[in-house]
Design a protein around this ligand. Structure first.
Ligand code: MTE
Ligand code: HPA
Ligand code: MOS
Length: 762
């Protein structure tokens, strides 16, 4: 089944927040934000802005009836700055006007008197000054101190990764109107309806039951609307609550890029020890996370960096420490992989550096250390049904890596100005929210009198296809046509207390809740059918089966079909609605010992990437990415392949071209589509093969079909090392820093240096 939204997307009929027909007297909001990254807010002069024609009101912290607070993990983030500003782009006020244009014009007339303070932008400097969001955390396995003496080789160095703009197509948007009895209805593009509901209740000082949050669909999120859809929804809610009218707030692209947080940049130090036969004996790593000005989700992202610090390798002695550093950038946040990619990059960097020093191919070290069945992760969980080696071996065979290598070598021998490089990238990604309590989901299923079915869950659809999978589940369990099933919007009044649609777990968790609810309904209908067909009241359903919309009695086809069954059940006063709840079983984690069994299961796979570098221009192409990926028993290969391909291209973007540039005083310079380069068709791999390594999956995966949202993102790391290997083919003697993204500028700097260049030119 292809994604059920495709047709309406293509026809432009899908409704996003900005498409909702507005009510009469709707007001439009424009945000006034801090022009500088750090300072004391002395005075706000709104008098000139207020005089702009059509301006209704200018909302500031003073208008908040409850708390000026939207922090998701820690209470450190005001909705509107009051006495201090902590980043350039921090909201200070919201202008309300009769049109968006007027609101924007007026917001430019607001004057903030701010005494500037020195800004911090670098995480290492922040760490030196003790600016931490939370105390550091350390994951340990074995004893690295004792292990160093036993190593034959030890290497150390630094590795750095940059941030990444989410660049969802639909910018941050909310539309809010007051409802009767002092309630509020919020239409918002966000992954976390309950988070928005809770924050709005807190800011408005009203109980959560007076706030309804509705999400129809999201025009892309990628983590950027897990916590950061909240501010805009709550601002619009506050405004609507204050003036008693509908309020619309839709950020334009430029404001969205300036004001919202991104993937966390990391600076890291590693030390790696190997034995003569290239086994990794010990690994120590320190991560300096650039958290930005407020905690946001940084502590959770930091945690996942530690969980994935050893990627898909078993290393007997590990010590990984992570620091969440407070800087004067917009609070950085969830983005596909949620800190995992940052941890895995450093592991791969350490292996690459070791391989270069030892004169072997990195794949020799990678292959040697792949996780086997039963081996332990530094957080105590044991690898169960590890597919690391199988995927690696299959990739090598299937894509004939020997022939690829020969081709690369021959090409490099023949060409001076173009060089090719090849890199393996194995991945291992843990599936579950790293916060155990978040691993819960709910579903509400109604069967209407005509046999049509409506399903509500806590999951939000952001293009990843979760709704389509929910249709498949309901249709499969009830054995009815998928046409009979409709997925409702995600709404806090139908499914309450939901976790964000994040961590790739939403098909699993919400799907299991749908499955449970449908099973209860199915059994209820079977019992009813049994009675109707003359079986005794007790266990009447035992003989009954519903197959393809028809009732079978002891295996024999009856005349009773789905629609009649449902109608008769209704007339006999059988409840045709069911709510179900799912909580992932068997997972636990003790933050005191930093040990446990936090993940329902892991997803594995291997990518082989080939890149060609133009040594004159510093440009490059990704020739091919060949993947063998562990999908378990895929329930929707079209969607799963799409998720995998999308993740890979987004990962390549992060590793090779997407570069966030800040001025020295912390202002984002790459704040437009013309200054921030994302992958397009030309930068996508010329060849992208995804082979489905079908396994038994995991019983904790929906229909044993493993989670697909995030894991493939990390295959993109292979593109960095493929380009690096091409550079090394051109300049084997040059030390190339382990800094990402590998932009054409960095490629050139890696190939040439000023003195050498001068010599060659003369
Ligand atoms: N795919 C599309 N098209 N758009 C998105 O915003 N977000 C990704 C991934 N795939 C995203 C996407 C992220 S960050 C996550 S966590 C998962 O989808 C969330 O959905 P799932 O749990 O249903 O996989
Ligand atoms: N992924 C995404 N969001 C989260 C997680 C996670 O692992 N933990 C808490 N919020
Ligand atoms: Mo995804 S970063 O967990 O929203």
């Amino acid at each position: 089944m292809k994604n059920m939204d495709i047709d309406s997307h293509v026809r432009g009929e899908s409704v996003y927040v900005d498409d909702i027909p507005v009510r009469e007297e709707t007001l439009y909001g424009a945000v006034f934000d801090s022009p500088i990254p750090h300072g004391i807010l002395r005075h706000l002069d709104v008098s000139e802005a207020e005089r702009v024609d059509g301006v209704t009101k200018i909302i500031t912290a003073k208008d908040i009836p409850g708390e000026n607070q939207i922090g998701i993990i820690m209470s450190d983030e005001p909705l509107f700055a009051e006495d201090m500003v902590h980043y350039s782009g921090q909201p200070i006020a919201l202008v309300l006007a009769e049109s968006e244009k007027r609101a924007r014009t007026a917001s430019r007339k607001i004057c903030a008197e701010i005494d500037p303070l020195p800004p911090l932008t670098d995480p290492r400097t922040a760490a030196d000054q003790g600016q931490f969001i939370t105390p550091p955390r350390t994951f340990c396995l074995g004893n690295t101190e004792a292990a160093w003496h036993t190593c034959d080789y030890v290497f150390e160095g630094c590795a750095e990764t940059g941030g990444q703009e989410h660049l969802y197509i639909e910018t941050q948007s909310a539309y809010v109107y007051p409802t009767e009895k002092d309630g509020i209805r919020i239409f918002s593009s966000n992954q976390s309806p309950t988070v928005v509901q809770k924050a709005a209740a807190r800011v408005l000082n009203i109980p959560m039951h007076r706030v309804e949050v509705n999400v129809s669909r999201i025009g892309g999120a990628f983590g950027g609307k897990e916590s950061q859809g909240t501010a805009w929804a709550v601002m619009a809610a506050l405004a609507a609550f204050t003036v008693g009218k509908a309020v619309k707030l839709v950020l334009n692209r430029h404001d969205d890029m300036r004001m919202t947080g991104k993937r966390h940049p990391y600076a890291s130090d590693y030390r790696i020890g190997l034995s003569k036969d290239y086994g990794i004996t010990a690994y120590e790593v320190s991560f300096y996370q650039n958290a930005g000005a407020f905690a946001d989700l940084s502590p959770a992202v930091l945690e996942r960096t530690l969980f994935h610090a050893t990627n898909s390798y078993f290393i007997p002695n590990v010590r990984a420490t992570a620091y969440s550093c407070r800087t004067n950038l917009p609070p950085n946040t969830a983005m596909r992989g949620f800190g995992g990619p940052q941890g895995m990059f450093v592991m791969e960097a350490a292996i690459a550096r070791s391989a270069e020093a030892l004169g072997v191919d990195a794949s020799v070290i990678q292959r040697k250390n792949l996780l086997r069945q039963g081996e332990e992760f530094p957080y105590g969980q044991k690898a169960n049904r590890s597919q690391a080696i199988r995927c690696w071996t299959k990739a090598g065979k299937r894509y004939n890596v020997g022939a690829i290598r020969k081709h690369v070598e021959a090409f490099n021998a023949e060409n001076r100005l173009h060089k090719k490089g090849i890199a393996f990238m194995p991945i291992c990604f843990g599936i579950s929210f790293t916060k155990i309590h978040m691993n819960q989901a709910g579903a509400l299923v109604h069967i209407y009198q005509d046999g049509s079915v409506a399903v509500s869950t806590g999951a939000t659809e952001m293009g990843q296809g979760v709704n389509t999978k929910m249709v498949q589940v309901a249709a499969h369990v009830l054995s009815i046509s998928t046409e009979r099933v409709k997925i409702e919007t995600t709404n806090t009044t139908r499914v309450a207390n939901t976790s964000p649609t994040a961590a790739s777990v939403n098909a699993d968790m919400n799907g299991k809740a749908v499955e449970k609810a449908c099973l209860v309904l199915l059994n209820r209908l079977k019992g009813f059918a049994g009675k109707e067909l003359g079986h005794g009241a007790r266990a009447a359903g035992e003989w009954i089966e519903i197959k393809d919309e028809r009732v079978y009695d002891k295996g024999i086809k009856t005349d009773l079909v789905w629609e009649d069954l449902v109608m008769r059940a209704h007339l006999e006063r059988v409840d045709l609605s069911e709510h179900a709840f799912y909580a992932t079983p068997g997972i636990h984690f003790d933050p005191k010992t930093e040990k446990g069994n936090p993940f329902a299961y892991h997803v594995y796979g291997t990518a082989i990437t080939v890149a060609t570098v133009d040594c004159l221009r510093g440009t490059y192409e990704i020739d091919a990415v060949h993947v063998v990926h562990d999908f378990g028993n895929s329930m929707n290969p079209i969607i799963d392949k799409g998720q995998t391909e999308g993740g890979i291209v987004q990962g390549i973007g992060w590793m090779t071209m997407e570069e966030l540039c800040y001025s020295d005083d912390g202002r984002l310079l790459s704040d437009t589509m013309s200054t921030y380069k994302v992958p397009d068709m030309y930068s996508a791999p010329k060849e992208l093969n995804v082979h489905f390594h079908e396994t038994q999956g995991s019983p904790l995966a929906l229909f044993r079909s493993k989670a697909v949202g995030e894991p493939s993102f990390m295959y993109g790391i292979g593109s960095y090392f493929a380009i690096r290997n091409a550079i090394r083919a051109a300049r084997p003697e040059k030390e190339v820093p382990l800094t990402a993204p590998m932009t054409p500028e960095r490629v050139l700097l890696s190939l040439y240096d000023a003195t050498r260049q001068a010599k060659e030119n003369s």
